[in-house]
Design a protein around this ligand. Sequence first.
Ligand code: FES
Length: 147
Amino acid sequence: MNLIVNGKALSLEVEPDMPLLWALRDILDIKGPKFGCGAGLCGACTVIIGGEAVRSCQVAAADVTSEVRTIDGLANGDVLHPVQQAWIDEQVAQCGYCQAGQIMNAVALLEANPSPSDADIDEAMAGNLCRCGTYPRIRAAIHRAAT
Ligand code: FES
């Protein structure tokens, strides 16, 4: 099958039911999306497909027909994406494991809604779990990155 990931056309062989997360990490060596639960419950594996934040453990790679964006392709060379920079400026990460998924969900939110309210942020980010409890800093970083 063929996939476009972070602007690159890639071809790969996958089992029909292989989750996209496995294809990204184990076949394409794109390690930004993380395995947390494998059951659609945590959001650590979040990528953007066709503008939507999607849990890559819950979609079969073979079913993907739009470009996949992962945190690996977010920066423009040495220049971080504004959401990544806001994450650093607000010192969001603690252990960091969930943050790639948090950032991709935040990017999808801001692309759809450039000036989200606290309620918008809480609603959009509610399913992305952080066991370190960085939620207040995540919200601050999203506000910082908002236009
Ligand atoms: Fe996909 Fe948890 S690993 S939602």
